[in-house]
Ligand binder design. Structure first.
Ligand SMILES: Cc1ncc(COP(=O)(O)O)c(C=O)c1O
Length: 427
């Protein structure tokens, strides 16, 4: 193996780690060459690629090309030259990363908006069923959209499973039309068994919308292998599309023309420039488009996706496990000393690419103090320290140094300083 498994099995028993060992592993890292494709500020260790991915070096050129050439020279014709097809073109680049066919993925809007479309779409496919099932403790927007949808139609019920319910199958009753499930939990990093849950959903007549926010670019998702029906995901995290880059929708090929979605705008019309009075859905996934998309944002995303063409997903997974395992092991004595509770599964097969600890003592300050030392991670209220491991630009040496800084932040008590108290808008 490129990394640890072998190396790691040895060290975890001997409990011997060194920077030298990390360097040796990095020297053999088949993904190591990608680090130089990113513009990371020097002196920064970025453990927040699970919130906002780093900036790929060539994104600037792509944006400049859109401005100078496509927009500047072609003006309105830029739509014909490049922009019109961008949602499908980039969707097909993304498809391989989530185990879908190229025509099953389209890039548009946000996860929130796309969830609304897919809830409505799957409820149309389930006459007689009136429950939208979602998970307590999931990322709030997944709940809010379901709540908002249910408010529109009084006969629809939004039902929530208890937080931490990793196996939702017992909740798939005959009233449930659709379930919204995160594949990798945004807090704990716990990974769900997509194959088994999808199969159970099918038996129970429940459509499942997978939220892949923390999976795409972090884990080799196999939507087709699991026979999954619907999914959404964002592109600004591990896919490096940039702040607010558009989300994606996946719809299994045989399902994508069965009905309509309610946010039926002109971009999803069968013939937008016929300017007809009545909506006619476009073919395939185009019907999931709504209005005019941002060519600049899509361009930045396309630049990010260029990098992914060459990424071996098996290597990605191995490296993700390697980085998270190293972090968890190095953190063990600190966690014991500081009474941090690891809430991420210790079994690598059961986790994604981030690691989280409950920290009852000034967690926000800890993250700010760490940032002042150049190590960027995030805090999730009320008391979670969250560390993301983006395999394209992190090394084992980065992990080593990050843990040294964490140790110093705690041991020195510097996180108690008042300068780390002031809350920014984003945490
Ligand atoms: C699981 C999950 N779903 C949804 C979102 C956000 O969705 P949107 O693209 O609508 O902002 C996030 C953001 O971090 C997330 O973690």
């Amino acid at each position: 193996l490129t990394f640890l498994s072998a190396h790691f099995a040895k060290v975890s028993t001997e409990m011997k780690y060194s920077l030298e060992m990390c360097r040796e592993i990095d020297d053999r890292d088949k993904l190591g060459r990608f680090k130089q494709a990113f513009n990371l500020p020097s002196g920064i260790i970025y453990l927040d690629g699970n919130s906002l991915g780093a900036l790929p070096g060539h994104t600037r050129q792509r944006i400049e090309k859109i401005i100078d050439d496509e927009w500047g020279k072609h003006l309105i014709d830029g739509w014909n030259v490049s922009w019109w097809q961008a949602p499908s073109r980039i969707g097909s680049m993304l498809a391989r990363l989530i185990g879908a066919k190229s025509e099953e993925v389209i890039v548009t809007d946000t996860i929130s908006v796309n969830l609304f479309k897919l809830i409505a779409y799957s409820m149309n496919l389930s006459p007689g069923r009136r429950v939208i099932l979602s998970e307590g403790g999931n990322f709030p927007t997944d709940q809010y959209i379901a709540q908002g949808f249910a408010k529109l139609q009084p006969h629809i019920e939004h039902r929530t499973m208890p937080p931490g319910c990793i196996d939702p199958k017992p909740h798939f009753t005959s009233e449930v039309a659709v379930a919204i499930l995160s594949h990798i939990d945004y807090r704990t990093g716990a990974l769900r068994d997509m194959h088994a849950i999808t199969a159970r959903g099918r038996e129970a007549g429940v459509h499942i919308i997978w939220d892949l926010a923390h999976s795409a670019g972090a884990y080799p998702v196999d939507l087709n292998g699991a026979h999954a029906e619907f999914a959404v995901g964002c592109t600004y995290k591990y896919l490096n599309g940039g702040p607010g880059s558009p989300a994606f929708i996946y719809v299994r090929k045989d399902l994508c023309e069965l009905t309509e979605q309610p946010l039926a705008g002109w971009f999803g019309h069968a013939d937008p420039f016929a300017f007809e009075e009545k909506y006619r859905p476009g073919s395939g996934l185009r019907r999931f488009l709504t209005g005019t998309h941002s060519a600049l944002s899509l361009g930045a995303l396309e630049a990010g996706m260029e990098l992914w063409k060459e990424v071996d997903l098996e290597e990605l997974r191995k490296k993700s496990i390697s980085l998270t395992s190293l972090f968890i092991d190095l953190m063990r004595p600190i966690a014991e000393r500081q009474k941090l509770s690891l809430i991420t599964p210790i079994d690598p097969a059961l986790r994604g690419s981030h690691v989280a600890y409950l920290c009852d003592d000034l967690g926000y300050n800890v993250i700010r103090a760490l940032a002042s030392r150049g190590v960027i991670a995030d805090f999730r209220a009320p008391n979670l320290l969250r560390f993301g491991f983006a395999s394209l630009y992190l090394s084992h040496q980065d992990v080593w140094h990050a843990v040294k800084h964490l140790s110093a932040v705690f041991d020195s008590g510097e996180f108690r300083e008042s300068r780390f108290e002031c809350r920014a808008i984003t945490t």
